[in-house]
Design a protein around this ligand. Structure first.
Ligand code: ADP
Ligand code: MG
Length: 573
């Protein structure tokens, strides 16, 4: 059985292909969305998902979120006394999803199709593969998130051709892709995006508004705990405004209540600058694909943040058509990954769709550029494969040494879109030995080949001697070796993971502890007692009393959460 996994920045999901359709698999708490958060309990037990997210506030030094941003990098993250690479944190999420799938299907799951952002570089893709390996999963295929989203929809369009625009606004990133389905081939035509624009920014607008509108003193902004609480409340308010015309935000700070009401209309005005930023990548993707908005047949919304009506309106206005609404936006990528898994398993109800992709960045070398005036501009980036070129692709470009008598020709390879090489990312270097003769003798032809797996090969041919130099780009400084992966696999396997069947109770305690942190005085005492009672009942392992104790603790949580009562406010009766 192959599963499809959306390994998201904010949430992750797992789905499978069964009886001719994709199905989402719920986690131990009954939700199909598992927060991509990890926390280490005091005794070294790993918590994944909602419980870990609750602990971000109460145990910040043992908990972590948004590590997907660091995939492919070298940074390690400390949780308690252990440090983890981003691949390992992702591996823990994958392992939890694998366990959920195994519990649901009653069989071992060892293979997966995993989605990655279309702009993910070679190094980030490799890190994702490593994460899977560390979780005991073999990656059948990495599929681009927009490709997966379009595939979920494309399935219903057998035989016909269609052009999709996938608009994916997640927690922290915005991605636009244009894809074309033609005679069974799904091709990515263009991708664009903004790595620092997502649902989070919309929540921040609400925080800023509230600080002004509620009359909270400036001092409150320096209260880190309070600000985290306010951010969580702002996010909840934002989600309410997706379905209600207005909503109220109420908090309690240092003995006083602060409230303000926000209408959907006012909220949309607050977000105007963000909405304007969404347009840029849309326009760029259309331009790169050589299309106008009217040429798009289907606009697919992905990412939880597209649940906001203002986003749907923007899309409808811009494209003159309503976005597709068959799937929930935060589920559609996982659905598509499951479709891909079905194809990989050669399910006969699925016709194979061939996928092609594009190279997400321009790739080129540093050289001097001859200007029309006859002058030379130094340190320029000369693209050889331009972004959004369909892969596999092979392109050549000629270069010659600067001066007569040069001993070596240094080729520095970059990826990016900036005019100056140094503003792009250097991904490799190749030296061609010359013997110091005249310039023309040192002329070379540089061939860049980018294959379907996203690996770049650089081949340099010295024209005079026909000697060939090769370089396969690998991220030597960040990739783990097979032995290192094996060692880390063992270390991760030895970590204790909180038992799935006890996760609901553990999550409830984490949530209660988060609220306990905010309270003071009698309320705090009350919450501590409630948690203590619940733990005592758990210790007796009497199922019926556990169920009622759980209800009681849940009521207490809800009371304190809703009332936003801090520091000795009223108690639940
Ligand atoms: P990612 O791809 O980053 O894992 P998701 O697709 O899960 O992200 O989207 C998460 C974002 O969607 C968060 O910023 C969240 O606040 C936002 N979101 C979720 N539900 C809603 C809603 N009903 N209205 C507005 N925003 C929402
Ligand atoms: Mg996503």
């Amino acid at each position: 059985m192959i599963v499809g996994i959306d390994l998201g920045t904010t949430h992750s999901l797992v789905a499978c292909w069964k009886d001719g359709a994709p199905h989402l698999i719920p986690n131990a708490l009954g939700s199909v969305l598992t927060p991509s958060c990890i926390s280490l309990d005091q005794d070294g037990t790993v918590l994944v998902g909602r419980a870990a997210r609750e602990r971000l506030q109460s145990h910040p030094d043992r908990s972590i979120a948004v590590f997907k941003r660091h995939m492919g990098g070298n940074k390690e993250f400390r949780l308690g006394s252990r440090s983890f690479r981003p691949e390992e944190l992702s591996a823990l999420v994958l392992r939890a999803l694998k366990a959920d799938a195994e519990a649901a299907m009653g069989q071992a799951v060892t293979e997966a199709v995993i989605s990655v952002p279309a702009y993910f570089s070679d190094g980030q893709r490799k890190a994702t593969r490593t994460a899977a390996q560390l979780a005991g999963l073999h990656v059948e295929r990495l599929v681009n998130e927009p490709t997966a989203a379009a595939l979920a929809y494309g399935l219903h369009q057998r035989g016909s051709e269609s052009r999709f625009l996938v608009f994916d606004l997640g927690g922290g990133t915005f991605d636009v892709s244009i894809l074309e389905l033609f005679e069974g081939v799904m091709e990515v035509r263009a991708t664009a995006g903004d790595n620092f624009l997502g649902g989070e920014d919309f929540s921040n607008e609400i925080v800023h508004w509230f600080l002004q509108a509620s009359g909270l003193p400036d001092k409150a902004r320096r209260d880190g705990h309070f600000m985290q609480h306010l951010a969580a409340r702002a996010e909840a308010l934002k989600c309410t405004l997706s379905t209600e015309p207005q909503a109220e935000l109420a908090v309690h700070w240092q003995g006083r209540d602060y409230t303000a009401t926000l209408s959907e209309d006012h909220y949309r005005r607050l977000c105007e600058p963000l909405l304007a930023r969404l347009r840029l990548p849309l326009e760029r993707a259309l331009r790169d694909a050589g299309l106008r908005a009217g040429d798009v047949q289907e606009v697919v919304l992905a990412g939880g943040a597209t649940r906001a009506p203002m986003i749907r309106n923007l899309v409808t206005r811009m494209f003159g058509r309503f976005p597709s609404a068959h799937f929930n936006p935060d589920e559609v990528v996982a659905m598509g990954a499951a479709v891909m898994a079905g194809m990989k398993a050669r399910d006969e109800s699925l016709r194979e769709v061939v996928m092609t992709d594009v190279c997400p960045y321009s790739l080129g070398v540093e050289a001097n550029r001859d200007l029309p005036s006859g002058e030379k501009a130094h340190g320029q980036f000369i693209p050889i494969i331009e972004r959004n070129t369909v892969v596999p692709v092979s392109r050549v470009h000629g270069f010659a040494p600067e001066r007569d008598g040069q001993q070596v020709l240094e080729l520095r390879i970059f990826q990016g879109e900036s005019r100056l090489a140094r503003d792009n990312i250097e991904i490799g270097k190749l030296s061609v030995p010359l013997e110091g003769g005249p310039r023309g003798d040192g002329a070379v032809e540089v061939r860049f080949t980018y294959d379907v797996n996203g690996l770049l090969e650089v081949e340099v041919t010295r024209l005079k001697t026909q000697q060939v130099y090769r370089l396969v780009i690998r991220n030597n400084d960040t990739d783990l070796t097979e032995q290192q992966i094996e060692a880390r696999f063992q270390a991760l396997a030895e970590l204790k993971v909180h038992p799935r069947d006890k996760l609901e109770n553990r999550t409830l305690i984490a949530e209660a502890e988060r609220i306990h942190e905010f309270l003071r005085g009698a309320s705090r005492e009350r919450m501590a007692a409630e948690i203590g009672e619940f733990e005592a009942v758990l210790a007796h392992q009497h199922e019926r009393s556990i169920v009622s104790a759980r209800e009681r603790l849940r009521d207490a949580i809800e009371y304190f959460e809703r009332a936003g009562v801090f520091e000795g406010g009223t108690e639940p009766s």
